[in-house]
Ligand binder design. Structure first.
Ligand SMILES: [Zn+2]
Length: 714
């Protein structure tokens, strides 16, 4: 026997020795399913022939034992196979000298239980045999060449594939599914887990982009329920932060549409890195999957929706990858816009390169003189999205008296969304309460002697209670934030008012090209004139048929001093600074009074105020009323003086000065205004003062949609 170890490879070894022949020859006959038993009678016959082979190898007929208890047993694990268990027992007890079966070498390499049997055989000095040969597990590794291993792998794969083709191979299940011990795949019994899956698909349906879904889930603090695959917590749900990749995998996975899919990831030999078994895997297109069986699993979405989702993601990717491709909202007005500065030359569209943020991706420019005469800069430039949005508002207002369909749909959507979130909240709280309850029971069950454990359990219980309380408080806040919902009657009234256009305009199927077409049907041309260098754009629309309307759009500007209300702003800041307010407070007042910073950002910050104050040297001014203003003759006023006289804020006085409604000049060598107003002018000012607040300001500074309502007729 010791010599055998040194025998060169490839030479026949004396494997069957007297100690083997002295024990039994076990013939193990198995087929995994009844169907196989019927279809593979040939192989069954072959397995019985193994008994003859044992006799040929030298065993006495009385020593041959056939184990066929597992014929037609379909379960794939050892515990449910009586025959296999019996075989293991025989080997362990040392009663077997050889085990014969079909493809023993293959089985020993693939199944975990078979591997265990192999080890037992090796320990007990038991041989293995199949129709191809006799193996000594003690020399197991020596007897298999690389080529043989490859063949084994191929046979294993084809076996797996055959199983997959019948939909019987256990495929890895995504979030939201579990497998029963019987092998059946069902929705995750955890209601919250199911709910989150539906939320993911619902949100994608609504928002249409992965990033949108991800942002939404993060905003709403929704986590994904992952069933742990291995380890002590196997099978339990672990709530994990959503990632773009996870969502992408979810939305691409056909399982959610009820498909049994196998071979979505296949190994591309050329991409394989030697020595790294998991490399070279590529995700194939759906047409190239090895197996795809519809309607095999419970579905969260329809196959149509799955296809639409995949197509949508592909389209999103394409849009992102194509440089300069017009995105949603780009250059709606190309070809319609004329310049009001230079006598109506057509304004052209300029697309910025990809480095510019998407919202300022295009702009309208009149470069008539520049292009045709090579002189000067452009007449005027208007950032595209600002004007596009304004025009969209105009058109919707003009065609549908109330552009309400959209807001109505949005309201309904918001309600559905609220309901879903509400449910999620309640589940979350229930879970937290349950956890607290469990912690309490654990604490109560602990042995009081074991202080360390008790203390820890107590801390755990407290933490669980605190978490439950926190969630309940958060939920309370969530319910209080609940937006008011429309009654059915209100809804019906609104629906009756709404026309089709807004819905068509905003429908996801409506392309930018469609919108341009709609505009061309409705509008002859548009003349835009930037007021000075300011943010205001005077817009004259010539509707089809020649009717004209005018309005004012607001464009982003780069600098504060381009703003039309810059003088009023400056005056207000000066006043507040003189009153001893700090930058932060000044910013707060400006925001409250409706001043807006340039670049269409929404709020002033303390930093912006500081810059302004430093640049203009406002703070260095001496506090208090300068002497020049304290003794003014009748008919002349300081700003605070007139404000007190008329009972109105000084900001409005500055505003009126700027607008030219008040006659004023600077006091010598200061920035303080001296106002001149006789009795008749004072009467007019009082009258103006009596008009409702915002009578003037709204028309000038309001967002474009509100501007548009004025004076627009279809
Ligand atoms: Zn021009």
């Amino acid at each position: 026997m010791s010599l055998d170890r040194y025998r060169p490879q490839g030479q026949p070894q004396q494997k069957i020795r007297p100690e083997h022949l002295g024990r039994a020859a076990m013939v193990y006959v198995r087929q995994s399913s009844r169907q196989q038993v019927l279809e593979h009678t040939e192989s069954t016959r072959l397995q019985y022939a193994l008994a003859e082979r044992a006799i040929a190898l030298g065993w006495a007929r009385s020593q041959v034992v056939v184990i066929d208890d597992d014929l037609g047993v379909s379960a794939a694990t050892a515990d449910s196979r009586k025959g296999f268990a019996r075989l293991v027992t025989e080997v362990t007890m040392g009663r077997a000298g050889i085990v014969l079966g079909i493809e023993m070498s293959r089985l020993a390499r693939t199944g975990r239980d078979w591997h265990q049997l192999l080890e037992l055989c090796s320990l007990s000095g038991v041989l293995l045999a199949d129709p191809d040969g006799v193996y000594d597990p003690g020399y197991y590794n020596d007897t298999m060449s690389e080529a043989e291993l490859y063949l084994i792998r191929q046979r294993m794969l084809s076996g797996k594939l055959a199983k997959a083709e019948r939909g019987e191979l256990a495929i890895p299940l995504p979030i939201g599914y579990v497998r029963h011990p019987s092998g059946e795949v069902v929705f995750d019994p955890d209601e919250q887990a199911q709910h989150v899956v539906r939320l993911v698909f619902g949100t994608f349906r609504r928002l249409g982009t992965l990033n949108g879904v991800l942002r939404y889930l993060v905003d709403q603090e929704v986590q994904l329920p992952v069933r742990v695959h291995a380890g002590p917590a196997k099978g339990e749900i672990e709530w994990r932060r959503p990632t773009r990749e996870t969502l992408q995998i979810m939305l691409h996975n056909p399982v959610y549409a009820g498909y049994y899919a196998y071979g979505r990831r296949q190994v591309e030999p050329r991409r394989k890195v030697a020595g790294r078994p998991s490399t070279g895997r590529v995700v194939k297109d759906s047409g190239e999957w090895l197996v795809l069986l519809p309607g095999r699993l419970p579905a969260y979405i329809t196959p149509q929706e799955h296809e639409a989702n995949v197509a949508r993601m592909a389209a999103n990717r394409q849009t992102a990858a194509t440089p300069g491709a017009p995105r949603d909202g780009s250059a709606l007005l190309s070809g319609l816009l004329r310049c009001g500065r230079c006598g109506g030359h057509r304004m052209t569209v300029r697309y910025h390169d990809g480095s510019v943020a998407a919202r300022s991706a295009h702009g309208y420019t009149c470069a008539f003189y520049q292009v045709n005469y090579g002189t000067g800069g452009s007449c005027q430039h208007i950032a595209g999205p600002a004007l596009d949005n304004y025009m969209t508002g105009q058109v919707l207002d003009a065609v549908a008296p109330a552009a309400l369909e959209v807001s109505l749909a949005a309201a309904a959507q918001a309600e559905d969304e609220r309901a879903m979130l509400d449910k999620l909240w309640r589940q979350r709280i229930e879970r937290a309460r349950y956890a607290a309850d469990r912690a309490r029971r654990q604490y109560q069950l602990a042995e009081p002697e074991n202080r360390l454990v008790v203390r820890q359990l107590e801390a755990g219980w407290e933490a669980a209670l605190a978490e439950a309380a926190r969630l309940e408080a958060d939920y309370q806040r969530f319910t209080e934030e609940q937006p008011k919902t429309l009654t059915a009657a209100e809804r019906a009234a609104i629906q009756a008012l709404a026309a089709d256009l807004p819905a068509v305009w905003h429908a996801p199927t409506t392309t930018q090209a469609n919108r341009k077409e709609l505009l061309r049907i409705l509008i002859e041309d548009i003349t835009a004139t930037v007021a000075g260098n300011s943010e205001l754009v005077d817009v004259t629309i010539t509707w089809a048929g020649g009717h004209q309307t005018t309005g004012q759009a607001v464009r982003p500007v780069a600098r504060l001093n381009q703003l039309s209300y810059y003088p009023a702003l400056l005056a207000r800041v000066t006043e507040l600074a003189e009153a001893g307010r700090n930058n932060q407070q000044i910013a707060g007042v400006l925001n409250a009074e409706g001043f807006r910073p340039p670049k269409r950002t929404s709020r002033f910050t303390g930093g912006q105020v500081r810059t302004l104050i430093t640049q203009r040297g406002i703070r260095s001014q001496r506090k208090g009323q300068p002497a020049v203003l304290t003794s003014l003759p009748p008919g002349q006023w300081s700003v605070p003086g007139l404000a007190a006289e008329l009972g109105m804020p000084t900001a409005t006085i500055y505003n009126w000065i700027y607008r030219g409604w008040i006659t004023a000049r600077h006091a010598p060598r200061t920035r303080n205004w001296i106002i001149t107003a006789d009795d008749e002018q004072m009467r007019q000012l009082r009258e103006r003062r009596a008009r409702p607040p915002g009578f003037y300001t709204r028309a000038r500074w309001a967002p474009p949609e509100q501007d548009g309502r004025q004076g627009v007729q279809p």
